[in-house]
Design a protein around this ligand. Structure first.
Ligand code: NI
Length: 190
């Protein structure tokens, strides 16, 4: 089932999400719905807070980038209760977008390499190291489960310049071809 994606300004996107246990109700269905939702919106990653669940779960399928980055050919993973234990290297700038902030792309600086521990969809533990493009996708999704959006990492000046654009997004005054929940719209209607 395709789930609606919550837009910028939704309170769930600001919450630090909680770890889950294998008996979390409907977990396998939720994971399956998140894949379906992500593919329908042409995303590379999707975090549970984006479908209004404040839990530490995100999914990434970087395989569409396998042509430019051969190591990503089979990269399709579920990350549960993830914790980035180390980030290293000189910060690099890369353009990021987010399914919760449609129509916007901004340069974001982050460290290029990381170590992450997480559980897969069968609750098997993993500790892995990543660099480059996929590390960037992981950092972006990981931010979501910590209640952080990439626009929170922009300079105060840049964020001020984007203020009206972000307000338009939260109130649904945008073109988007997937199902969304616009928090600002509900606020206005009340
Ligand atoms: Ni995002």
């Amino acid at each position: 089932m395709i789930l609606p994606i919550v837009a910028y300004g939704h309170p769930t996107l600001k919450k630090v999400a909680e770890d889950i246990t294998p008996d979390y109700p409907g977990l396998q269905q939720l994971i399956s719905d998140m894949w379906e939702t992500m593919y329908a919106a042409h995303g590379v990653g999707l975090a549970a807070p984006q479908v209004n669940k404040s839990i530490r779960l995100f999914v990434i399928d970087a395989s569409p980038y396998g042509e430019e980055h051969p190591e990503l050919k089979d990269f399709k993973k579920v990350f549960i209760n993830a914790h980035i234990t180390d980030e290293r290297g000189e910060e690099v700038t890369m353009s990021e977008g987010c399914l919760s902030i449609p129509g916007l792309n901004e340069d974001v600086s982050r460290k290029p390499s990381l170590t992450i521990t997480y559980l897969d969809e069968n609750f098997n533990p993993h500790t892995e190291e990543y660099s480059g493009f996929v590390a960037r996708v992981i950092q972006h999704e990981y931010d979501h489960i910590d209640g952080v959006l990439y626009v929170d990492r922009l300079s105060a000046m840049r964020k001020l310049l984007l203020k009206n654009k972000l307000k338009d997004i939260s109130e649904g005054r945008i073109d988007v071809d997937y199902k969304m929940i616009f928090p600002g719209l509900y606020k206005r209607r009340k």
